[in-house]
Write a protein that binds this ligand. Sequence first.
Ligand SMILES: *Cc1c(COP(=O)(O)O)cnc(C)c1O
Length: 349
Amino acid sequence: MSMDYQSPLRLRLDKQALLSNYRWLKEQSGSAACGATIKANGYGLGAEGVMEHLAAEGCRDFFVATWEEAQHVEPGLGDGVSLSVFHGVRPEDMEIALASRARPVLNSPAQIARWKAANGGPCDVMIDTGMNRLGLSLDGLDMGLFDGLEIDTLMSHLVSAEDDHHLNDIQLMLFNEAKKSIKANRYSLANSAGICRGTDFAFDLTRPGIALYGGTPTLDAELNIQAVVTPQAEILQRRTVRGGESVGYGAEFIADRTMETATINIGYADGFARIFSGSGAALKDGARLAVIGRVSMDLVTIDVNECPSLQEGDWVDIDYDLGYTALVSGLSQYELLTRLGHRFERYWV
Ligand SMILES: *Cc1c(COP(=O)(O)O)cnc(C)c1O
Protein backbone atom coordinates (compact mmCIF):
# COMPACT_ATOMS: atom_id res chain seq x y z
CA MET A 1 0.00 0.00 0.00
CA SER A 2 1.35 3.41 -0.85
CA MET A 3 1.74 5.97 1.91
CA ASP A 4 -1.26 8.06 1.08
CA TYR A 5 -3.68 5.21 0.55
CA GLN A 6 -7.05 6.09 2.04
CA SER A 7 -9.08 3.04 2.92
CA PRO A 8 -12.76 2.93 1.91
CA LEU A 9 -13.34 1.08 5.18
CA ARG A 10 -12.76 2.48 8.65
CA LEU A 11 -13.09 1.54 12.27
CA ARG A 12 -14.05 4.58 14.31
CA LEU A 13 -12.75 4.16 17.85
CA ASP A 14 -14.07 6.36 20.64
CA LYS A 15 -11.30 7.21 23.10
CA GLN A 16 -13.60 8.82 25.68
CA ALA A 17 -15.77 5.71 25.68
CA LEU A 18 -12.73 3.46 26.18
CA LEU A 19 -11.53 5.61 29.08
CA SER A 20 -14.98 5.82 30.62
CA ASN A 21 -15.26 2.01 30.47
CA TYR A 22 -11.84 1.67 32.07
CA ARG A 23 -12.76 4.07 34.88
CA TRP A 24 -15.96 2.19 35.58
CA LEU A 25 -14.18 -1.19 35.65
CA LYS A 26 -11.49 0.27 37.90
CA GLU A 27 -14.12 1.59 40.28
CA GLN A 28 -15.86 -1.80 40.32
CA SER A 29 -12.49 -3.39 41.11
CA GLY A 30 -12.47 -1.61 44.48
CA SER A 31 -8.97 -1.35 45.92
CA ALA A 32 -7.51 -3.72 43.31
CA ALA A 33 -5.48 -2.35 40.42
CA CYS A 34 -7.27 -2.59 37.10
CA GLY A 35 -5.24 -3.99 34.20
CA ALA A 36 -6.24 -4.46 30.56
CA THR A 37 -6.30 -7.53 28.37
CA ILE A 38 -5.18 -6.50 24.88
CA LYS A 39 -4.71 -9.92 23.24
CA ALA A 40 -5.91 -10.52 19.67
CA ASN A 41 -4.77 -7.03 18.71
CA GLY A 42 -6.78 -5.39 21.45
CA TYR A 43 -9.87 -7.47 20.54
CA GLY A 44 -9.57 -6.10 17.01
CA LEU A 45 -9.28 -2.40 17.92
CA GLY A 46 -5.48 -2.25 17.62
CA ALA A 47 -3.43 -3.19 20.69
CA GLU A 48 -0.97 -0.30 20.45
CA GLY A 49 -3.64 2.41 20.46
CA VAL A 50 -5.55 0.79 23.29
CA MET A 51 -2.38 0.44 25.36
CA GLU A 52 -1.33 4.02 24.74
CA HIS A 53 -4.67 5.48 25.80
CA LEU A 54 -5.10 3.25 28.85
CA ALA A 55 -1.52 3.75 30.02
CA ALA A 56 -2.10 7.50 29.89
CA GLU A 57 -5.17 6.91 32.07
CA GLY A 58 -3.05 5.12 34.68
CA CYS A 59 -3.35 1.48 33.66
CA ARG A 60 -0.11 -0.32 34.62
CA ASP A 61 -0.76 -3.97 33.71
CA PHE A 62 -1.39 -5.35 30.24
CA PHE A 63 -2.01 -8.90 29.07
CA VAL A 64 -1.48 -10.52 25.68
CA ALA A 65 -1.77 -14.13 24.54
CA THR A 66 1.44 -14.77 22.60
CA TRP A 67 5.01 -13.55 22.28
CA GLU A 68 4.27 -12.23 18.83
CA GLU A 69 1.67 -9.96 20.40
CA ALA A 70 4.16 -9.01 23.12
CA GLN A 71 6.78 -8.07 20.50
CA HIS A 72 4.18 -5.95 18.75
CA VAL A 73 3.36 -3.77 21.76
CA GLU A 74 6.64 -3.83 23.69
CA PRO A 75 8.19 -0.82 21.90
CA GLY A 76 5.32 1.33 23.24
CA LEU A 77 5.49 -0.05 26.78
CA GLY A 78 6.15 2.83 29.18
CA ASP A 79 8.33 2.79 32.27
CA GLY A 80 6.77 0.98 35.19
CA VAL A 81 4.20 -0.66 32.94
CA SER A 82 4.01 -4.44 33.01
CA LEU A 83 3.11 -6.89 30.28
CA SER A 84 2.20 -10.56 30.74
CA VAL A 85 1.92 -13.31 28.14
CA PHE A 86 -0.93 -15.71 28.93
CA HIS A 87 0.30 -18.69 26.94
CA GLY A 88 3.58 -19.03 28.83
CA VAL A 89 6.76 -20.22 27.17
CA ARG A 90 7.27 -22.98 24.62
CA PRO A 91 10.89 -23.90 23.83
CA GLU A 92 10.56 -21.79 20.65
CA ASP A 93 9.60 -18.74 22.72
CA MET A 94 12.53 -18.77 25.13
CA GLU A 95 14.91 -16.56 23.21
CA ILE A 96 12.30 -13.86 22.68
CA ALA A 97 10.96 -14.23 26.21
CA LEU A 98 14.37 -13.87 27.85
CA ALA A 99 15.10 -10.72 25.84
CA SER A 100 11.67 -9.24 26.58
CA ARG A 101 10.41 -7.11 29.46
CA ALA A 102 7.19 -9.12 29.39
CA ARG A 103 6.59 -11.90 31.92
CA PRO A 104 5.35 -15.32 30.87
CA VAL A 105 2.28 -16.68 32.61
CA LEU A 106 3.58 -20.18 33.35
CA ASN A 107 0.86 -22.77 32.97
CA SER A 108 2.44 -26.22 33.37
CA PRO A 109 5.25 -27.96 35.28
CA ALA A 110 7.20 -28.16 32.00
CA GLN A 111 6.93 -24.40 31.47
CA ILE A 112 8.03 -23.75 35.04
CA ALA A 113 11.01 -26.10 34.69
CA ARG A 114 12.00 -24.40 31.44
CA TRP A 115 11.80 -20.92 32.98
CA LYS A 116 13.74 -21.95 36.09
CA ALA A 117 16.46 -23.68 34.06
CA ALA A 118 16.96 -20.47 32.09
CA ASN A 119 16.99 -18.27 35.21
CA GLY A 120 14.20 -16.35 33.55
CA GLY A 121 13.46 -13.94 36.42
CA PRO A 122 10.03 -12.67 37.46
CA CYS A 123 7.07 -14.57 36.04
CA ASP A 124 3.36 -15.04 36.55
CA VAL A 125 1.69 -18.37 37.22
CA MET A 126 -1.77 -19.58 36.18
CA ILE A 127 -3.54 -22.16 38.28
CA ASP A 128 -6.59 -24.08 37.16
CA THR A 129 -9.66 -23.75 39.39
CA GLY A 130 -12.20 -25.30 37.03
CA MET A 131 -11.64 -24.13 33.47
CA ASN A 132 -9.50 -27.15 32.57
CA ARG A 133 -7.88 -25.16 29.81
CA LEU A 134 -4.51 -23.66 30.74
CA GLY A 135 -2.97 -23.65 34.21
CA LEU A 136 -1.52 -25.90 36.88
CA SER A 137 -3.87 -28.45 38.37
CA LEU A 138 -4.22 -28.06 42.12
CA ASP A 139 -4.74 -31.81 42.52
CA GLY A 140 -1.54 -33.27 43.91
CA LEU A 141 0.35 -30.10 43.11
CA ASP A 142 4.01 -30.41 44.16
CA MET A 143 4.75 -27.19 46.05
CA GLY A 144 8.46 -27.75 45.45
CA LEU A 145 7.71 -26.69 41.90
CA PHE A 146 7.65 -23.06 43.06
CA ASP A 147 11.01 -23.15 44.84
CA GLY A 148 13.26 -20.50 43.37
CA LEU A 149 10.46 -19.08 41.25
CA GLU A 150 9.88 -15.34 41.51
CA ILE A 151 6.12 -15.06 41.09
CA ASP A 152 4.80 -11.59 40.43
CA THR A 153 1.15 -12.46 39.87
CA LEU A 154 -0.63 -15.69 40.66
CA MET A 155 -3.80 -15.94 38.61
CA SER A 156 -6.71 -18.12 37.69
CA HIS A 157 -9.51 -17.63 35.18
CA LEU A 158 -13.28 -17.78 35.69
CA VAL A 159 -15.36 -20.25 33.68
CA SER A 160 -18.71 -18.51 33.63
CA ALA A 161 -18.60 -15.23 35.51
CA GLU A 162 -21.34 -13.74 33.29
CA ASP A 163 -23.83 -16.27 34.69
CA ASP A 164 -24.90 -17.16 38.22
CA HIS A 165 -23.05 -20.42 37.79
CA HIS A 166 -22.23 -22.53 40.83
CA LEU A 167 -18.60 -22.72 39.63
CA ASN A 168 -18.06 -19.03 40.49
CA ASP A 169 -18.09 -19.66 44.23
CA ILE A 170 -16.13 -22.88 43.91
CA GLN A 171 -13.44 -21.13 41.88
CA LEU A 172 -13.34 -18.25 44.37
CA MET A 173 -12.93 -20.69 47.26
CA LEU A 174 -10.20 -22.68 45.47
CA PHE A 175 -8.33 -19.52 44.56
CA ASN A 176 -8.46 -18.27 48.17
CA GLU A 177 -7.10 -21.66 49.26
CA ALA A 178 -4.26 -21.52 46.73
CA LYS A 179 -3.45 -18.00 47.83
CA LYS A 180 -2.64 -19.30 51.32
CA SER A 181 0.00 -21.73 50.09
CA ILE A 182 1.46 -20.17 46.93
CA LYS A 183 3.42 -17.00 47.58
CA ALA A 184 3.21 -14.23 45.00
CA ASN A 185 3.40 -10.45 44.98
CA ARG A 186 -0.14 -10.17 43.68
CA TYR A 187 -3.22 -12.29 43.08
CA SER A 188 -5.61 -11.92 40.15
CA LEU A 189 -8.84 -13.74 39.24
CA ALA A 190 -11.39 -11.49 37.56
CA ASN A 191 -12.03 -10.82 33.86
CA SER A 192 -14.72 -8.27 32.87
CA ALA A 193 -17.66 -10.35 34.05
CA GLY A 194 -15.72 -11.36 37.17
CA ILE A 195 -15.33 -7.68 38.08
CA CYS A 196 -19.13 -7.34 37.91
CA ARG A 197 -19.47 -10.11 40.54
CA GLY A 198 -18.13 -7.85 43.27
CA THR A 199 -14.86 -7.02 44.97
CA ASP A 200 -14.52 -10.51 46.53
CA PHE A 201 -13.36 -11.52 43.07
CA ALA A 202 -10.99 -8.60 42.55
CA PHE A 203 -8.00 -9.54 44.78
CA ASP A 204 -5.00 -7.29 43.86
CA LEU A 205 -5.42 -6.96 40.11
CA THR A 206 -8.25 -7.38 37.61
CA ARG A 207 -7.86 -8.27 33.91
CA PRO A 208 -10.83 -6.93 31.93
CA GLY A 209 -10.93 -7.28 28.17
CA ILE A 210 -14.32 -7.27 26.45
CA ALA A 211 -15.99 -4.62 28.63
CA LEU A 212 -13.20 -2.12 27.91
CA TYR A 213 -14.13 -2.39 24.25
CA GLY A 214 -17.87 -1.93 24.73
CA GLY A 215 -18.85 -5.55 25.38
CA THR A 216 -21.60 -6.09 27.92
CA PRO A 217 -21.25 -9.47 29.60
CA THR A 218 -23.66 -8.59 32.42
CA LEU A 219 -26.71 -6.39 33.02
CA ASP A 220 -24.54 -4.14 35.18
CA ALA A 221 -22.15 -3.71 32.29
CA GLU A 222 -25.04 -3.06 29.88
CA LEU A 223 -26.06 -0.10 32.01
CA ASN A 224 -22.59 1.37 32.40
CA ILE A 225 -20.41 0.39 29.47
CA GLN A 226 -20.27 2.60 26.37
CA ALA A 227 -19.83 1.51 22.76
CA VAL A 228 -16.29 2.10 21.50
CA VAL A 229 -16.27 0.62 18.00
CA THR A 230 -18.18 1.74 14.89
CA PRO A 231 -17.37 0.17 11.51
CA GLN A 232 -17.81 2.69 8.68
CA ALA A 233 -17.92 1.94 4.97
CA GLU A 234 -17.81 4.14 1.89
CA ILE A 235 -20.47 4.01 -0.81
CA LEU A 236 -18.83 2.82 -4.03
CA GLN A 237 -21.92 2.98 -6.22
CA ARG A 238 -25.55 3.99 -6.09
CA ARG A 239 -28.17 2.64 -8.47
CA THR A 240 -31.85 2.26 -9.18
CA VAL A 241 -33.13 -1.31 -9.19
CA ARG A 242 -36.43 -1.94 -10.94
CA GLY A 243 -39.23 -4.13 -9.59
CA GLY A 244 -38.55 -7.78 -10.44
CA GLU A 245 -34.77 -7.37 -10.66
CA SER A 246 -32.46 -9.11 -8.22
CA VAL A 247 -29.52 -7.90 -6.17
CA GLY A 248 -26.33 -9.84 -5.40
CA TYR A 249 -25.22 -13.48 -5.55
CA GLY A 250 -27.82 -16.17 -5.92
CA ALA A 251 -30.46 -13.57 -6.85
CA GLU A 252 -31.76 -14.07 -3.34
CA PHE A 253 -33.22 -10.61 -3.05
CA ILE A 254 -35.78 -9.54 -5.65
CA ALA A 255 -37.09 -5.99 -5.61
CA ASP A 256 -40.88 -5.85 -5.37
CA ARG A 257 -40.87 -2.27 -6.68
CA THR A 258 -38.43 0.24 -8.09
CA MET A 259 -35.93 1.07 -5.36
CA GLU A 260 -32.72 2.92 -4.64
CA THR A 261 -29.70 0.92 -3.53
CA ALA A 262 -26.10 1.62 -2.62
CA THR A 263 -23.17 -0.76 -2.60
CA ILE A 264 -20.69 -0.24 0.23
CA ASN A 265 -17.09 -1.31 0.76
CA ILE A 266 -17.39 -4.05 3.39
CA GLY A 267 -17.84 -7.79 3.17
CA TYR A 268 -17.40 -11.07 4.96
CA ALA A 269 -13.63 -10.94 4.43
CA ASP A 270 -13.73 -7.90 6.73
CA GLY A 271 -15.64 -9.85 9.35
CA PHE A 272 -19.11 -8.72 8.30
CA ALA A 273 -20.58 -12.21 8.40
CA ARG A 274 -22.88 -13.67 5.77
CA ILE A 275 -25.48 -14.06 8.46
CA PHE A 276 -26.04 -10.29 8.18
CA SER A 277 -27.54 -10.90 4.72
CA GLY A 278 -30.88 -11.10 6.50
CA SER A 279 -30.45 -8.95 9.58
CA GLY A 280 -27.71 -6.36 9.05
CA ALA A 281 -28.07 -2.65 8.40
CA ALA A 282 -26.16 0.54 7.90
CA LEU A 283 -27.05 3.77 9.69
CA LYS A 284 -27.14 7.29 8.30
CA ASP A 285 -28.56 10.33 10.11
CA GLY A 286 -30.91 8.16 12.14
CA ALA A 287 -32.14 6.13 9.16
CA ARG A 288 -31.70 2.35 9.24
CA LEU A 289 -30.61 1.12 5.80
CA ALA A 290 -31.21 -2.63 5.60
CA VAL A 291 -28.75 -4.98 3.94
CA ILE A 292 -30.36 -6.48 0.85
CA GLY A 293 -29.21 -9.64 -0.88
CA ARG A 294 -26.23 -11.68 0.19
CA VAL A 295 -23.18 -10.24 1.87
CA SER A 296 -20.27 -10.71 -0.59
CA MET A 297 -16.60 -11.09 0.25
CA ASP A 298 -15.85 -7.37 -0.17
CA LEU A 299 -19.23 -5.72 -0.78
CA VAL A 300 -22.66 -5.26 0.72
CA THR A 301 -25.71 -3.64 -0.89
CA ILE A 302 -28.11 -1.59 1.21
CA ASP A 303 -31.54 -0.09 0.70
CA VAL A 304 -31.22 3.72 0.50
CA ASN A 305 -34.77 4.64 -0.47
CA GLU A 306 -34.94 6.83 2.63
CA CYS A 307 -31.79 8.77 1.76
CA PRO A 308 -32.23 10.49 -1.60
CA SER A 309 -29.07 12.56 -1.20
CA LEU A 310 -26.66 9.73 -0.38
CA GLN A 311 -24.16 9.23 -3.16
CA GLU A 312 -20.91 7.67 -4.25
CA GLY A 313 -18.13 8.69 -1.88
CA ASP A 314 -20.43 9.21 1.12
CA TRP A 315 -19.93 7.14 4.26
CA VAL A 316 -22.35 5.14 6.34
CA ASP A 317 -21.98 3.58 9.80
CA ILE A 318 -22.55 -0.13 10.18
CA ASP A 319 -25.10 -1.06 12.85
CA TYR A 320 -22.81 -2.95 15.21
CA ASP A 321 -24.37 -2.61 18.64
CA LEU A 322 -22.62 -5.54 20.29
CA GLY A 323 -25.45 -6.81 22.47
CA TYR A 324 -28.08 -6.62 19.74
CA THR A 325 -25.78 -7.83 16.97
CA ALA A 326 -24.74 -10.85 19.04
CA LEU A 327 -28.39 -11.66 19.64
CA VAL A 328 -29.40 -11.56 15.97
CA SER A 329 -26.26 -13.23 14.59
CA GLY A 330 -25.58 -15.95 17.13
CA LEU A 331 -21.98 -14.73 17.22
CA SER A 332 -20.53 -13.78 20.60
CA GLN A 333 -19.57 -10.18 21.32
CA TYR A 334 -15.96 -11.39 21.43
CA GLU A 335 -16.22 -12.85 17.92
CA LEU A 336 -17.92 -9.72 16.60
CA LEU A 337 -14.96 -7.60 17.67
CA THR A 338 -12.04 -9.93 16.96
CA ARG A 339 -13.22 -10.85 13.47
CA LEU A 340 -12.97 -7.23 12.24
CA GLY A 341 -10.18 -7.58 9.70
CA HIS A 342 -7.01 -5.85 8.61
CA ARG A 343 -8.62 -3.82 5.79
CA PHE A 344 -10.15 -1.38 8.27
CA GLU A 345 -8.30 1.86 8.80
CA ARG A 346 -8.49 2.20 12.55
CA TYR A 347 -8.77 5.73 13.88
CA TRP A 348 -9.39 7.22 17.31
CA VAL A 349 -11.60 10.22 17.88
C1 LIG B 1 -9.16 -13.16 27.65
C2 LIG B 1 -8.80 -13.25 29.08
C3 LIG B 1 -9.19 -12.25 29.99
C4 LIG B 1 -10.14 -11.13 29.61
O1 LIG B 1 -11.47 -11.65 29.58
P1 LIG B 1 -12.76 -10.76 29.22
O2 LIG B 1 -13.89 -11.71 29.36
O3 LIG B 1 -12.57 -10.30 27.82
O4 LIG B 1 -12.82 -9.64 30.18
C5 LIG B 1 -8.68 -12.30 31.27
N1 LIG B 1 -7.88 -13.33 31.66
C6 LIG B 1 -7.53 -14.33 30.82
C7 LIG B 1 -6.66 -15.43 31.33
C8 LIG B 1 -7.98 -14.34 29.52
O5 LIG B 1 -7.63 -15.34 28.70
